[in-house]
Design a protein around this ligand. Structure first.
Ligand code: GUN
Length: 293
C-alpha cells in the first residue's frame, strides 16, 4: 500500500509555482494577486481562507483578504464583487463557500467575471470544462488529478466510482475522470444519497473517490483488493484528547480500508493540501491570461 502524500505533492507544486513567479517578476511582469472574500466566522472556512492567503505569500503572490460579518447584505457583497471584477490589480478572486442563508450563492457566483473565477465555479467555466474548452478547473478535482498523475496511477479503462455529486467536487470529478485524457478515460459511476446499495458499486471500483462529508462511510467490506481510494472528506469530529477539541475525519474508514488498497490518501494530509496548490495554479494562469486569451 502506498500513501498518496498530498502535503509533499502540494509542496512540489508550490515550489514550481514559486519558481515561475520569480521568473515573471524578473522579466518585469506584475506580481500575481489573489483576493479572497470571507463572510462570517465559521471555523473551517476561516482556517481554509487563512491557509490560502498564507500560501500566496509563500509562492510570492500578493493577496487580499476581504472579511464581512455574516450580517452583510447580498447587495453589499455583489457591489464588492463588481469592484473586484473591475480592479486591474486583482488577477483572480474567490468567495469562500458556504455563504449565509440570506445570500443567494448562485447569484454571487454568477456575478464573478469568469476570467477571474479561479475557483472554476462560474457556469461559464463549468460549461467550458464539460465541453473540453480551456477553463479554470475547480481546485479539489484538479488536485486529485495531480495526485493520480504524479503517482503515475493508471486510469484508462478503470472503473471509477465517485461518491457525492456536489458542484465543488463530485460532479466535476465524474466528468473529468471520463474525459479522453490522462488522468481520465475511466468508466465512471456517480453515486449519491439516493443510490441503492452503495457497496454494490464500490466493490466493483478500481478507483473510489469519496466526497460526501460522512465520516467513515466507506468501510473495508466495500472495497476491492488493490483499489485506489481517494478521500475528500474532512469532517470535524469532537476529540477531547486534542488541543483544538476536534480532529478531522475522512469519508473512508482509513484503518480498515488502507490494508486492502494499492494507493490511499490520508486525512488530513491527502487531498486537502492539493486544493490550495491548485488554487494558486489557477491564479498564476489568470495572471498570465492563459485560459481566456
Ligand atoms: N468551500 C469548500 N471548498 C471551497 C473551495 O474550493 N472554494 C470556495 N470558494 N469555497 C469552498
Amino acid at each position: 500500500m502506498t500513501l498518496l502524500d498530498g502535503k509533499k505533492t502540494s509542496e512540489a507544486i508550490q515550489n514550481e509555482i514559486a519558481a515561475e513567479v520569480a521568473e515573471l517578476k524578473a522579466n518585469g511582469y506584475k506580481t500575481p494577486h489573489l483576493a479572497a472574500v470571507l463572510v462570517g466566522n465559521d471555523g473551517g472556512s476561516v482556517t481554509y481562507v487563512n491557509n490560502k492567503v498564507l500560501a500566496c505569500e509563500k509562492v510570492g503572490f500578493s493577496s487580499s483578504l476581504i472579511r464581512y460579518e455574516d450580517t452583510v447584505t447580498e447587495a453589499e457583497l455583489l457591489q464588492k464583487i463588481k469592484e473586484l471584477n473591475e480592479d486591474e490589480e486583482i488577477d483572480g478572486f474567490i468567495v469562500q463557500l458556504p455563504l449565509p442563508k440570506h445570500i443567494d450563492s448562485e447569484k454571487v457566483i454568477e456575478s464573478i467575471d469568469p476570467r477571474k473565477d479561479v475557483d472554476g465555479f462560474h457556469p461559464t467555466n463549468v460549461g467550458r470544462m464539460v465541453a473540453g474548452l480551456p477553463a479554470y478547473l475547480p481546485a479539489t478535482p484538479a488536485g486529485i488529478l495531480q495526485l493520480l498523475e504524479r503517482y503515475q496511477i493508471e486510469t484508462k479503462g478503470k472503473h471509477c466510482v465517485v461518491i457525492g455529486r456536489s458542484n465543488i467536487v463530485g460532479s466535476p470529478m465524474s466528468i473529468l475522470m471520463a474525459k479522453a485524457a490522462y488522468p481520465g478515460n475511466a468508466t465512471v459511476t456517480l453515486c449519491h444519497r439516493n443510490t441503492v446499495d452503495l457497496a454494490n458499486y464500490t466493490r466493483q471500483a478500481d478507483i473510489i473517490i469519496a466526497a460526501v462529508g460522512q465520516p467513515g462511510l466507506v468501510t473495508a467490506d466495500m472495497v476491492k483488493d488493490g483499489a485506489v481510494v481517494i478521500d475528500v472528506g474532512t469532517t470535524r469530529v469532537p476529540d477531547a484528547t486534542r488541543k483544538a477539541g476536534y480532529r478531522l475525519r475522512g469519508d473512508v474508514d482509513f484503518d480498515s480500508v488502507a490494508e486492502k488498497c494499492s494507493f490511499i490518501t490520508p486525512v488530513p494530509g491527502g487531498v486537502g493540501p492539493l486544493t490550495i496548490a491548485m488554487l494558486l495554479k489557477n491564479t498564476l494562469k489568470a495572471a498570465k491570461q492563459e485560459v481566456y486569451a
